[in-house]
Write a protein that binds this ligand. Structure first.
Ligand code: G3I
Length: 336
C-alpha cells in the first residue's frame, strides 16, 4: 500500500524494529519489512539452542541469512540472546562426560563458564560490527524470589555472578558492541526497581552494561502511558542506552469475553499505540530503537500463549493491511 513509512516518520528519533522469523525475509512480508523497519531481531534464530544444538557444533545458516538480509537492506540487527533460562540446548547444563546435571562445584562451574565464554565469543566474533547491539542476559530477575533473582540453572550452578561474567565475556569478545540487559514488566515499579538496582550495582562495579532492553509485552491500557514514561525516566538516571525490544499491545476478545476483536477495540488500540509512541518520542535522546515483537497479527507468539491477551497486537493485520494501530503512530488524524 502507498502509505507513509514508519521508519521515515521516526527518522532522527529512534530506529523502528521488528522481530522476524526466517520466512519473513522473502515474499510480501519482506516488502512490509523493507518499507517500514530499519532494525530487526531474530525471533528465535540466534537463540543458543538454534546456533549450537550440539556442543561445539554451530548451525549458522539461519543467523547468517538474517544478517545478510539486514546488511543488504540497510537495517541494524539486534542480537538476541545469549544467557537466558529458555532457548538453550539440553546439553548446556549437563556434564560433558558423565551427562550428569552440573552442580555448583568449582569444576562444574568452570565447565559452564567456559561454555558461556566460548559461545558468546564465537557468535559475537563471527558477526562483529554487523551486530552492534546484543541482549547479553535476558530475564534474570524474578520478583517472587526473596533474593530477587530467577533461580534458573545459571543461578543454581554459578550464583548471581553469572550475569556479570556474561557481560565481561561479551565485552572482551567485541569491545565495540553495545551490551544490553533485557527483561519484561520493567514498565511496572515492582519489577523496574529490582532491575534498576541490579544494573546500578553492576555499573558501579565496572561491569560493561551499555543498555536496558524493555521488552514491553503489554496488554491494552495496562500500563498507562504515564507508567511507561516514569519507567523510562527512572532508567535514564543510569546514563545508559534504552530500547523497547519486544513491544506487543495485546488485545483479545477472550480477555474481554467478546466473540471477536471488534473494530472499535482496534481503534482503541490505535489510540493506545499513539500515546505510547508519544512517550517514546519524548525519550528519543536515550531510546535507541523501538521494536515490535513481530510485523503482522498472524505472526504473533501470543496466539500460542493461553494466559495472554492474544490476538491482534501488531500494526498490520493478517492480510498485511495497516490497522488503526499503524495510523495511531503515523498519523493520528486518520483515527476515527
Ligand atoms: O521453526 C521451528 C520449526 O521448524 C520446528 O518444527 C518447531 C518445533 O520444534 O520449532 C520451530 O521453532 C520455534 C520458534 O519459536 C519459531 O516459531 C521454536 O520451537 C520455539 O521455541 C520458538 O519460540 C520462541 C521463544 O521465544 C523461544 O525462543 C518464540 O517464537 C518467540 O516469540 C519467543 O520470544 C521471547 C523472547 O525471545 C524473550 N522474551 C519473551 C518472548 C516471548 O516468549
Amino acid at each position: 500500500q502507498d502509505i507513509p513509512s514508519l521508519k521515515d516518520v521516526y527518522q532522527g528519533k529512534f530506529l523502528i524494529g521488528a522481530a522476524v522469523k526466517t520466512p519473513h525475509l522473502t515474499g510480501p512480508v519482506s516488502e512490509l519489512l523493507g518499507k517500514h523497519f530499519n532494525s530487526i531481531t531474530a525471533e528465535y534464530q540466534m537463540k543458543w539452542s538454534n546456533v549450537e544444538p550440539t556442543e561445539g557444533k554451530y548451525s549458522w545458516a539461519d543467523s547468517d541469512r538474517l544478517v545478510a538480509y539486514a546488511k543488504a537492506n540497510g537495517m541494524m540487527v539486534r542480537g538476541h540472546t545469549f544467557v537466558w533460562h529458555q532457548g538453550v540446548p539440553g546439553w548446556l547444563f549437563n556434564h560433558p562426560v558423565t551427562g550428569a546435571p552440573l552442580t555448583n562445584s568449582p569444576a562444574d562451574q568452570q565447565i559452564l563458564l567456559n561454555r558461556m565464554k566460548t559461545h558468546i565469543t564465537t557468535v559475537m566474533q563471527r558477526y562483529g560490527d554487523d551486530i552492534p547491539v546484543w541482549d547479553i542476559v535476558n530475564e534474570a530477575i524474578d520478583t517472587k524470589q526473596a533474593d530477587g533473582y530467577r533461580h534458573s540453572r545459571w543461578y543454581e550452578i554459578l550464583g548471581p555472578d553469572y550475569i556479570a561474567k556474561a557481560f565481561e565475556y561479551a565485552h572482551a569478545a567485541v569491545p565495540t558492541a553495545k551490551l544490553y540487559y533485557n527483561d519484561y514488566e520493567t514498565e511496572f515499579t515492582f519489577k523496574a526497581v529490582p532491575v534498576y538496582n541490579m544494573l546500578k550495582d553492576l555499573i558501579a562495579r565496572g561491569v560493561p552494561v551499555s543498555g536496558i532492553g524493555h521488552q514491553m509485552h503489554l496488554t491494552m491500557f495496562n500500563p498507562t502511558p504515564k507508567q511507561v514514561d516514569d519507567a523510562l525516566n527512572l532508567f535514564a538516571t543510569l546514563g545508559i542506552d534504552q530500547a523497547i525490544t519486544e513491544l506487543d499491545v495485546g488485545v483479545s476478545s477472550r480477555d474481554l469475553a467478546l466473540p471477536t476483536v471488534s473494530d472499535d477495540l482496534l481503534v482503541q488500540q490505535g489510540y493506545y499505540y499513539k500515546r505510547l509512541y508519544e512517550v517514546f518520542s519524548a525519550h528519543a535522546d536515550d531510546l535507541v530503537s523501538v521494536t515490535t515483537w513481530g510485523i503482522y497479527d498472524a505472526q504473533t507468539w501470543l496466539r500460542g500463549w493461553p494466559m495472554k491477551r492474544a490476538e491482534a497486537p501488531r500494526f498490520f493485520d493478517d492480510d498485511l493491511q495497516a490497522k488503526p494501530a499503524y495510523w495511531g503512530v503515523v498519523d493520528p488524524t486518520r483515527l476515527p
